[in-house]
Design a protein around this ligand. Structure first.
Ligand code: FE2
Ligand code: FE2
Length: 332
């Protein structure tokens, strides 16, 4: 998942159970019982808004996330790698479409969501605002970026909003393929020439810290996560997910033979977890605010693709209209 900035400010509510309306009480009881909220059910406006924001941000991230890797389709080193990469990038497009559909069930149109992305109002994951400089970046994105995405998304399969949780089940299965193909591509490179090994290490050095930031700000600086947890939208805190990711990744790095670029990364016997160094949050927020190396390029590419595809949408609408008229005539 790519939802690092999911919190909505100003939605802190103390649960005052005595004053609940019947519909509020029903909603609360369903959440309490770990049930699912469906599109036709009553839900608090703040819950709806939080979900629209999170799901649309997730959808945008999938679609923008196609760009850094799509860049390498024409330069993949073999037919096999090209086929895998095309399939992976296509999967990300599919994830975006499921997620836009899930967000539409909350009463927001796709046009509104796309406009918010194109105007810069809506965010997407900052990880995609960094360039892919060499072929090893494609492997590292699969291993670490998709790996972090899986860590984030597995708990979302149990999200309280039905359409989102169901979309996540399929998305997670595909993400797991993405992670493996990336890791396997890197394993092959690490068995190759000195230059190939250097490429992998260089890519790991550039992506590691950015992947740790994908889990979002530390829990202490993420006050709105509490409400998302209460609503069953978020199940595991940013810091816990980050720790799980580090713990899972260190042994994989050992097998691969790369060094994770953190001198403070050490096993802590007492905590039974790896300790790790400080994330540069200033750089993270700077990129979220639009000043990363590729923010402008990514957005401009999306806007251009949308404008270039206008004639296709118009032709499809005209054709659908014609078909509907024909069906109407035949029925008459
Ligand atoms: Fe995805
Ligand atoms: Fe993916």
């Amino acid at each position: 998942m790519y939802t690092q900035a999911m919190d909505i400010p100003g939605q802190h509510q103390a649960a005052v159970s005595v004053n609940l309306s019947p519909e509020e009480a029903k909603f609360e009881a369903r959440i309490e019982a770990d049930g699912r909220i469906e599109p036709q059910d009553w839900m608090p406006e703040a819950y709806r808004k939080t979900l629209v924001r999170q799901i649309s941000q997730h959808a945008h991230s999938e679609i923008v996330g196609m760009l850094p890797e799509g860049n390498w389709i024409s330069r993949a080193p073999s037919l096999k790698r090209k086929a895998i990469l095309i399939a992976k990038v296509q999967d990300e497009g599919g994830h975006g479409l499921y997620l836009y559909s899930a967000a539409e069930t909350l009463g927001t149109s796709r046009d509104e969501m796309i406009d918010a992305l194109h105007s810069g109002k809506a965010k997407y994951s900052s990880i995609f605002n960094y360039p892919t400089l060499n072929w090893a970046d494609v492997g590292v994105i699969g291993w670490l970026v998709d790996g972090a995405a899986i860590m984030n998304q597995i708990p979302l399969c149990r999200c309280s909003y039905g359409p989102y949780s169901r979309a996540m089940v399929r998305v997670c299965k595909e993400e797991s393929f993405h992670q493996r193909q990336g890791y396997e591509a890197l394993l092959v490179m690490m068995r190759g020439t000195e230059e190939q090994k250097q490429m992998v290490q260089d890519a790991v050095n550039r992506w590691w810290w950015k992947c740790l930031a994908m889990f979002g700000p530390p829990d202490a600086d993420s006050p709105h996560s509490a409400q998302a947890m209460k609503w069953g939208i978020k199940r595991i805190s940013n810091d816990e997910l980050r720790q799980k990711f580090v713990d899972a990744t260190v042994p994989q790095a050992k097998v691969l033979g790369v060094t994770l670029p953190d001198p403070n990364l050490k096993w802590n016997e007492e905590r039974q977890h790896y300790d790790f160094g400080q994330i540069d949050w200033q750089e993270f927020w700077n990129t979220v605010q639009g000043n990363g190396p590729c923010n402008k390029e990514r957005l401009a590419t999306r806007v251009k693709a949308h404008n270039d595809g206008r004639w296709v949408r118009e032709a499809a609408m005209a054709y659908a209209h014609k078909q509907a008229q024909r069906a109407h005539k035949e029925a008459a």
